[in-house]
Design a protein around this ligand. Structure first.
Ligand SMILES: *[C@@H]1O[C@H](CO)[C@@H](O)[C@H](O)[C@H]1NC(C)=O
Ligand SMILES: *[C@@H]1O[C@H](CO)[C@@H](O)[C@H](O)[C@H]1NC(C)=O
Ligand SMILES: *[C@@H]1O[C@H](CO)[C@@H](O)[C@H](O)[C@H]1NC(C)=O
Ligand SMILES: *[C@@H]1O[C@H](CO)[C@@H](O)[C@H](O)[C@H]1NC(C)=O
Ligand SMILES: *[C@@H]1O[C@H](CO)[C@@H](O)[C@H](O)[C@H]1NC(C)=O
Length: 431
């Protein structure tokens, strides 16, 4: 089943190690190097040098987009007019005793590996926070309001298992009012749900690489993938044309062994262990994948929807790499001054920003909208929200999961964002 492949390497890889020991040893060594630098524990502590470095470059640019009201500081109580201009992504997590808004008893759509309470997670404090943007309020998700806003509409998620994680959070938040009917068809790796009373539907298109890709070994997901960097993944590009909203994202799969093609010609690879092939970084394929995927959306003649690019969702392995027992054991969010977006996260985030701008420019010629859905800044502060060892039973030999998010958990906030984004889009339309 294709959706299975949407699971990140985490669960798959460890089970398969005995089979392809040699190549996997190499892969593991390489991945460790990458991931150690990616998840170096020091990156999660306050480092004044790094903070000022990044402030001078990317963060400065980021801040420049903030409205003057916000730069003026918290002392000025936001007037109602600030709401629309407020940068929702700059803020902090604040206590919310009301949360969570569902449990594994009320929502049946929680993916096994994200059902942290089932697997015995003892603490519940991580559930009791909400995101507070500096200049305004981000309203918490209201299922009745949301369903009214999306009446007669459709949402397509395009991405990997973190996109699915997001979608399941949405379905859980809505489950208080209504459960969807599963209208997925067999032999289709994608999934489709309909909210009948509201004529609203949700689909997820499984596309961890966003572009045309194929396994080099059909039976082994741990073997390299061929990536056709300049070709659309018609598995989704041909199917999303009628949707009102597309939420597109991609992440960790780009660290895996991959072989790059352009114009059907082999141009390089990542971790493929072939001497005669140019070795390229993951950022090479990551950039091209977003460029091609967003171009794919811009090429759809009948598409009239809004596209949200959901930025990289940071993982939080500490102490070691993911395959060497690295873990995420914190039980509280970070304060904003305790960590910064850096290393691979920053590179990937920058690529997403760049490619979003290109797509916005292209799209503006046709009136197509591309919006930033910045999950990176809020989620960087949530090392406490991952399943860790509570994504499986203790006797299962599986790495700690510091990539996905527990349900319920901080990822529910993505739907607070989504609700606000859709409210803004619909308000703009009716002007
Ligand atoms: C829900 O979580 C509880 C622990 O809080 C666990 O005992 C139960 O098995 C879980 N139920 C389901 C359906 O996952
Ligand atoms: C959901 O909506 C989209 C866009 O209108 C449409 O293409 C698709 O067929 C719908 N899916 C279902 C299962 O109704
Ligand atoms: C793509 O490859 C074909 C031959 O395989 C060649 O004729 C064509 O010029 C190439 N296009 C580009 C843009 O490189
Ligand atoms: C690289 O070398 C392998 C044999 O080691 C050969 O099969 C392959 O065709 C070569 N590829 C290129 C692009 O030269
Ligand atoms: C971060 O800010 C908080 C106040 O919000 C302060 O108490 C704390 O000492 C600061 N931590 C660091 C590492 O600067």
């Amino acid at each position: 089943m294709k959706l299975h492949a949407v699971d990140l390497p985490l669960h798959k890889k460890l089970r398969k190690i005995p089979k392809t020991a040699t190549s996997l040893t190499l892969v593991t060594i390489l991945l460790s190097v990458i991931i150690i630098s990616l998840y170096s524990p020091t990156s999660f502590f306050y480092n004044p040098t790094k903070l000022s470095e990044s402030e001078s470059s990317e963060d400065a640019q980021f801040k420049a987009t903030k409205s003057p009201e916000i730069l003026g500081g918290k002392s000025s109580i936001p007037r109602p007019t600030d709401q629309e201009n407020c940068d929702l992504f700059i803020g902090e997590w604040v206590p919310n005793p009301e949360a969570p808004y569902y449990t594994n008893a009320t929502c049946h759509r929680i993916q096994e590996h994200q059902n942290c309470m089932k697997y015995g997670r003892p603490d519940t404090g991580f559930l009791k926070w909400r995101w507070k943007p500096d200049g305004c309020e981000l309203p918490v998700f209201d299922p009745d309001l949301f369903l009214e806003m999306v009446r007669g509409k459709s949402i397509a998620f395009v991405g990997d298992s973190v996109a699915r994680n997001h979608m399941q959070s949405l379905m859980c938040l809505l489950s208080k009012v209504l459960d969807p009917v599963d209208v997925s068809t067999k032999n289709d790796g994608n999934q489709h749900w309909v909210y009948k009373d509201y004529d609203f539907n949700i689909s997820i298109f499984s596309a961890p690489y966003l572009i045309k890709s194929e396994r080099t070994d059909p039976n082994d997901v741990t073997r390299p993938f061929n990536l056709y960097l300049d070709e659309f993944d018609e598995d989704w590009t041909t199917k999303v044309e009628g949707y009102d909203y597309i939420i597109i994202s991609a992440g960790q799969w780009f660290f895996r062994p991959t072989i790059f093609y352009e114009n059907r010609t082999l141009i390089g690879c990542l971790a493929c262990y072939r001497d005669n092939v140019t070795h390229l970084r993951m950022t090479f394929s990551y950039e091209r994948a977003f460029r091609t995927a967003l171009k794919g959306i811009n090429s759809l003649t009948n598409f009239k929807g809004v596209t949200f690019l959901r930025t990289i969702s940071p993982s939080h392995f500490e102490g070691a790499s993911w395959d060497k027992g690295g873990d995420c054991v914190r039980t509280r969010p970070y304060k904003r001054n305790e960590t910064v977006v850096e290393d691979y996260n920053l590179e990937m985030y920058k690529i997403q920003q760049q490619q979003l701008r290109i797509a916005q420019e292209d799209g503006s010629k046709r009136g197509l909208k591309f919006r930033l859905f910045d999950a990176t800044h809020p989620m960087l502060l949530r090392p406490d929200g991952h399943p860790s060892k509570y994504g499986h039973w203790p006797n299962e030999k599986t790495a700690n999961d510091c990539v996905h998010w527990c349900l319920p958990g901080p990822i529910d906030t993505w739907n607070d964002f989504l609700q606000e984004f859709i409210r803004r889009e619909e308000a703009n339309k009716s002007l």
